[in-house]
Ligand binder design. Sequence first.
Ligand SMILES: Nc1ncnc2c1ncn2[C@@H]1O[C@H](COP(=O)(O)OP(=O)(O)OP(=O)(O)O)[C@@H](O)[C@H]1O
Ligand SMILES: [Mg+2]
Length: 499
Amino acid sequence: MDKTILQMSRIHKLFSGNEVLHGVDFDLRLGETHTLMGENGSGKSTLMKILMGMYRADSGSITLFGNKVSFSNSAEAIEHKIAMIHQELYPVPDMEISENIFMGREPRDKTGFLVNTPLMREKTRSLLNEFKLNLSPKTKMRALSVAQCQIIEIIKAISVNAKIIIMDEPTSAITNNEVSSLFEHIRRLKLNGVSVVYISHKMDEIFRISDRITVLRDGYMIGTDDAKNLNNSKIITMMVGRELSEVFPKRDIALGKEILSVKNICFRQKVKCVSFSLRRGEILGIAGLVGAGRSELAETIFGARKKDSGEIYVNGKFCRIKHPKDAVKNKIAMITEDRKITGLNLEASLLYNISVVALRMFSKYGLVNKKNELSCAVDFSSKLKIKSRGITARAVSLSGGNQQKVVLAKWLAANPDIIIMDEPTRGIDIGAKRDIYALMSELAGMQKAIIMISSELPELMGMSDRIIVLCEGRLTAEFERKDFNQEAIMSAAANGGNK
Ligand SMILES: Nc1ncnc2c1ncn2[C@@H]1O[C@H](COP(=O)(O)OP(=O)(O)OP(=O)(O)O)[C@@H](O)[C@H]1O
Ligand SMILES: [Mg+2]
């Protein structure tokens, strides 16, 4: 008998009069993984935040282990053994890893008054080992990459002995190996009777891990079924209400002149003497594992990090790029991996966020052309199908995937010639991913050049003209589109192509 431990019934939720959940039912059984799917903005995070007591439902009920509950904050939910890995991470930069993991439940010494720091660090060390994270428990959160922060969040949720763990896009930033160890953990947790609500846009993952799948569309429950009765196209049809043709709308574009050439770039021990070039109309993919130095390379080219040596040529001319401003002057844009820190002003409107870079570039003598600002923002938000209440809505009120689209819009609005995209489709639903790919093709057709860093090989192989591979900071392989081969790319990324 399947034992239902959680029942959410007819949940309605309005944000400023706008209904985003229309009477949604959701239930969870003992020891199952129940995956929640749906396009960006369909209401997945909101539904789970209601369970966690972070938002209050306008109507509907929640029954947990046979009792009606309504939590008013997440501490109450945690007391009731529900933990959540959030889609958006807000690490406290000054905390060390062990303090973060054991926040609010630090092991005490014999007196019970003082935190037993050595014990806390020891416990942390063994958790880190389990996830093969080679870090000291004393490392400050500020020193971690997005991927590492995400693993720390996973470790934290697993280590609180919750009965229900909600994982909202837990793997958006991590690689296959780490995903495998997460799934290993989930399997073990399930055997111990823990239930998992899993939210992800990655199709291959959800079929590896799900017992049941529920699909939301525009705040409506579309259906729940056993994973074994579903497949990719059934789910996509449930999500978008139609079938999707051609996931990678790659266009054949005649490549133009060389627009960028980077020579012998070195940055600390992260990027080791990397050289490559890029032509107009070209999409260059950069593959590699987390920590291979891909983001560091991009940030060095963009001037966000100070290179130790190396040269950058734009249109054949030597460019001194010491600051992102210098890059922007040379019409280079960068869409960052971490939108929270470098991508968006969350409190500001879409209008502001989309037009901010373009204005800084084009407004003369500090004068802002309000009309241009508005039309450019409206244009890009419709091109990218950004789902919001309007152009004056604050960025913080958007769903995670829609925030990512705003980051894209803001850089594209500045009309750059060279666009560096670091994980551009992370956390974005399949329909919206396709919109972004189509836009990339369109940009390439306008003779722009694109560098795409991605951990998802299918999209790299689907969209790139050429792929270079980094392994431990070194460029280890280069493939032309006709020679793309998944195994060869993975092997160059894992061990430089040796073995
Ligand atoms: N704090 C908020 N204030 C106003 N509107 C909000 C707020 N949080 C979410 N919304 C709106 O509620 C709707 C559902 O958002 P939600 O974040 O639940 O989507 P999601 O399914 O998690 O999407 P994604 O896949 O992009 O993470 C969206 O239209 C969003 O703009
Ligand atoms: Mg979400």
